[in-house]
Design a binder for this molecule. Structure first.
Ligand SMILES: Nc1nc2c(ncn2[C@@H]2O[C@H](COP(=O)(O)OP(=O)(O)OP(=O)(O)O)[C@@H](O)[C@H]2O)c(=O)[nH]1
Ligand SMILES: [Mg+2]
Length: 262
C-alpha cells in the first residue's frame, strides 16, 4: 500500500467495530466531536494527556475522535500515538507540511467534518473535564467556546514562571487590539461549531502561537460569538514555546493581524 507523504498508517478501532488497518488521510469518518492535538516532540507529555483524554471521551455520550497533528517530531511521538490505537475511541495521526502550532491546528480543523471540533495541547494544562461545560454551550448553539484563565471563577493550580507572565501581559496587550472583548485568547483549549470554524479557517494564515487571535478575530468578524469558560490551569514543564524565538514572532504576527483588519 502506498502511504501519501505526511500521512500515517495506524491500527484503529471504533466502538463496537473490529480492529482494522486504516490509512489515515484527509477523509476521516464523521463523528460528533474531533479533538485536534498539535504536537512537536511530545513523547514525554503526550502519553498522560492521551490516556486521560481518551478515557474521558469514552465515557461521554458523543462519538469522538482524537486527531494528533505532528510536524515531523524526531523523538518517539509517533510511537506514543501508536500505543493508543487499541483504545475504544478512534485516534488518528496526520502530518503537516507547514511548521508551527497554528499550521497544525489549521490542518486538523480544515480536514475535519465533525459537528464540533476543537484543539487541546499535549501538556494537559487544562483539565479535560472542562469539556463538559464547553460541549453544553456548543450544543446550546454558541459558535466558539474557549477556556480562559481570566474568566470569573478561573484560577491557577500551578502558575507560570515570572518571565512567561510578563510575556503574557505583553501578548494580551497586543491581542487586545484585535480582540478587545476577549480576556484570554491563549489557552490551548478551544472548541467550535464545525460549520462556523470551517467557514473562516481558510482565511487564516498565521502558523505560530498567535494563530488563536487571528482565528477568533475571523469568527467574530463573521458574526459568530465567542464564550470564555473559566479554567483551573496548571503550568506544565517541557514547554515548546521559546520566549526569544516564539515571543518575537508572536509580537510581529499580532501586529500583522491587527493591521490586516484595517
Ligand atoms: N504540530 C506542531 N505542534 C506544535 C508546534 N509547536 C508547538 N506545538 C504544540 O502546541 C502545543 C502547545 O505548546 P506548548 O509547548 O504547551 O506551549 P504553550 O501552551 O503555548 O505554552 P506553555 O504555557 O509554556 O505551555 C503542544 O501540544 C505542542 O506540542 C509545531 O511546530 N508543530
Ligand atoms: Mg502549553
Amino acid at each position: 500500500m502506498i502511504v501519501p507523504p505526511h500521512f500515517s498508517t495506524l491500527r484503529t478501532r471504533r466502538r463496537g467495530e473490529q480492529q482494522a488497518d486504516m490509512t489515515v488521510g484527509l477523509s476521516r469518518t464523521p463523528v460528533d466531536l474531533e479533538l485536534i492535538v498539535p504536537v512537536f516532540n511530545e513523547e514525554r507529555r503526550l502519553p498522560q494527556t492521551l490516556a486521560t483524554t481518551l478515557d474521558h471521551l469514552n465515557r461521554q455520550r458523543w462519538k469522538s475522535a482524537v486527531v494528533v497533528v505532528d510536524n515531523d517530531s524526531v523523538d518517539g511521538t509517533d510511537e506514543v500515538v501508536s500505543r493508543f490505537t487499541d483504545a475504544p475511541v478512534a485516534i488518528h495521526l496526520i502530518g503537516c507540511s507547514e511548521h508551527g502550532k497554528g499550521a497544525a491546528v489549521r490542518r486538523g480543523i480544515s480536514t475535519s467534518s465533525a459537528q464540533y471540533v476543537g484543539f487541546i495541547d499535549a501538556d494537559g494544562a487544562t483539565p479535560i473535564g472542562t469539556l463538559g461545560r464547553v460541549m453544553a454551550l456548543l450544543e446550546r448553539g454558541h459558535s466558539a467556546v474557549i477556556a480562559s484563565r481570566r474568566a470569573p471563577g478561573a484560577h491557577y493550580r500551578v502558575e507560570q514562571p515570572p518571565a512567561r507572565r510578563l510575556g503574557g501581559w505583553v501578548f494580551r496587550s497586543l491581542a487586545g487590539l484585535t480582540l478587545p472583548d476577549i480576556a484570554d485568547s491563549q489557552c490551548g483549549f478551544k472548541f467550535f461549531n464545525g460549520d462556523a470554524v470551517r467557514q473562516v479557517i481558510d482565511q487564516c494564515r498565521i502558523n505560530g502561537f498567535a494563530f488563536d487571535v487571528e482565528l477568533l478575530g475571523a469568527l467574530i468578524r463573521h458574526g459568530h460569538d465567542v464564550i470564555e469558560v473559566p479554567v483551573a490551569w496548571s503550568d506544565v514543564p517541557g514547554s515548546t514555546f521559546s520566549i526569544r524565538r516564539d515571543g518575537l514572532r508572536s509580537v510581529t504576527d499580532l501586529a500583522r493581524i491587527a493591521l490586516d483588519r484595517r
